[in-house]
Design a binder for this molecule. Sequence first.
Ligand SMILES: NC(=O)c1ccc[n+]([C@@H]2O[C@H](COP(=O)([O-])OP(=O)(O)OC[C@H]3O[C@@H](n4cnc5c(N)ncnc54)[C@H](OP(=O)(O)O)[C@@H]3O)[C@@H](O)[C@H]2O)c1
Length: 244
Amino acid sequence: MNPLGRMLVWISGASAGLGAALAATIPFDADLVDISRRGGTPGAFHVAVDLADPASWPVVADDFDRRLSTFDGDTVVFIHNAGTLTPLGSAGRVDTEEYTRNVLLNSASAQVLGQAFLQAVAGKPYHQHLIMVSSGAAKNPHEGESSYCAGKAGIDQWVRTVGLEQDRRSPYCRVISVSPGAVDTDMQAELRASTEDQVPDAQHFRELDAQGLLAKPEDVARSIWSLLDRDLPNGTVLHISDVT
Ligand SMILES: NC(=O)c1ccc[n+]([C@@H]2O[C@H](COP(=O)([O-])OP(=O)(O)OC[C@H]3O[C@@H](n4cnc5c(N)ncnc54)[C@H](OP(=O)(O)O)[C@@H]3O)[C@@H](O)[C@H]2O)c1
């Protein structure tokens, strides 16, 4: 029996990488919605949006409201997983339009979609979980990834703050941030393909792969799902290696 009951789950970026692995490893029966450009996730509804375009955010908010208006199940989950490294390179030298898209996706969409989800579930009787996918880049500066690092640091502080706010609510949404570690996805391939001029540490990422140190997306995904069952304080910011 599913202790979480009937579930409705949104995953942004479920079309590839860690998001696709999260979609493939949901441990319970759930209605699943993929929020991405490509879609194609088996068994999922698709909200086809470019999250680097602010015009897409109300589309996602409408999807939250529309599906929740008829949902009478037990648990709702939103995992905001979509992210991008592009453009790799130093601030001041990369393309401004690409940089703007990076900021809109990594920083702004996380906060605005998080707010939209909290608004959609506020006061509702079911269990509510919002999981933000962060990165070690939130704490450690990586040259060539300034807006990515800043975006992930912003996500962590947003989660700490909103966690305190939700603690005052009843019912509340449990909001946490999880850093998945180095995972074998296209994002890592993009790092390995970068030049030392773009990412001075590029060799480190090539070595991670060569030494077999990249985690399998499905293993990380299962650890992330296990967080739903854990008694974590609201606003927890954790690294997946903390999950034993
Ligand atoms: N891989 C790692 O080692 C690693 C390490 C630390 C943190 N992370 C974090 O883990 C998460 C998943 O990363 P990943 O490695 O799985 O990356 P990935 O393989 O590049 O996949 C990225 C996902 O995000 C979606 N996405 C990207 N830009 C989007 C946009 N403009 N609009 C909508 N969706 C968009 C993509 O879907 P579409 O292209 O279909 O839109 C895709 O499903 C990210 O938040 C990343 O920062 C990864």
